[in-house]
Ligand binder design. Structure first.
Ligand code: NDP
Ligand code: 8X3
Length: 250
């Protein structure tokens, strides 16, 4: 029987590519996001390959998360794998001039949202003494870079939460993994720069990671034998040495 996977942030970038990758391998999918028209067109496409349902919630809204998950159709209720991917950077500004709204968004979505979704699903994994939670962190969770302040803090928090979950859920045979990409060419920079043309330059002059590269790694992690947990994976494009050094041919 195919495993059921819930993916947050499945309307774009890494989450969307993961949906396509896992559909190819026959996983049953619960795709989440706020943009329903995108969820509809992705699920229409993937229904040719596997079973798919969609949930529309903002990860900041704990009541909406609980309602959506409790109202899942019967054959989607057993969630074996949770991919906590929803998140973004909002702004790239020094700490003294950055906007409070941007800080609230990053802490509320990247950290609290990940916790809310996890808390809604962990009890059933615990009851079954099995499950796998994949948290999408970032190289920004391992290294702070100029003007990255609160985004980096949010991803450092994702790593700490991942380690905490791994400890607390160890008695229940639940695997917890962090996958930490460097630069991936998605809508991430459009969101970070709020549609400003600066976003166009982020992936120029080198070959950035593609969302599909991360999707393949996620599939690799969730398809290991039961005794193997890829606990913490750091992935860079070849041109990237760390958060600030990227070899560009501009
Ligand atoms: P995208 O902007 O392409 O995708 C972000 C996804 O998150 C969308 O599906 C969006 O869906 C969802 N999302 C954002 N805010 C919310 C919210 N409040 N509630 C529910 N869903 C939300 O970016 P990426 O694919 O690049 O980002 C995915 C993850 O990967 C993020 O956690 C990001 O921090 C991380 N990451 C990205 C890297 C990169 O360079 N691109 C590198 C390292 C990590 P919708 O708007 O429909 O709700
Ligand atoms: C996304 C990669 O370098 O923009 O987490 O922080 S970076």
């Amino acid at each position: 029987m195919s495993k059921t996977v819930l993916i947050t942030g499945a309307t774009s970038g890494i989450g969307k590519a993961t949906a396509y990758e896992l559909a190819k391998h026959g996983y049953k999918l619960i795709l989440c996001g706020r943009r329903q028209h995108r969820l509809d067109s992705i699920s229409k496409d993937l229904l040719k390959l596997t079973k798919v349902t969609t949930l529309n919630f903002d990860v900041r809204d704990n009541d909406a998360i609980l309602k959506s998950i409790n109202n899942l159709p019967e054959d989607y209720k057993h969630i074996e794998i949770l991919i906590n991917n929803a998140g973004n950077a909002h702004g790239l500004d020094p700490v003294d001039t950055a906007s409070l709204d941007d800080w609230d968004a990053m802490i509320d979505i990247n950290v609290k949202g990940l916790l809310y979704v996890s808390k809604a699903i962990i009890p059933q994994m615990k009851d079954r003494t099995s499950g796998h939670i994949i948290n999408i962190g970032s190289s920004a969770g391992k290294e702070v870079y100029p003007k990255g302040n609160v985004y980096c803090a949010s991803k450092h928090a994702v790593l700490a939460v991942t380690e905490g979950m791994r400890i607390d859920l160890n008695p229940y045979d639940i695997k917890v993994s962090a996958i930490n990409p460097g630069l991936v060419e998605t809508e991430f920079s459009e969101v970070r720069f709020k549609g400003d043309a600066k976003a166009d330059n982020v992936y120029k002059g080198y070959k950035a990671l593609q969302a599909e590269d991360i999707a393949e790694i996620i599939h690799f992690c969730i398809s290991r034998p039961s005794h193997v947990n890829m606990a913490d994976v750091l992935v860079f494009p070849q041109a990237q040495a760390n958060s600030t050094i990227v070899k560009k041919s501009l």
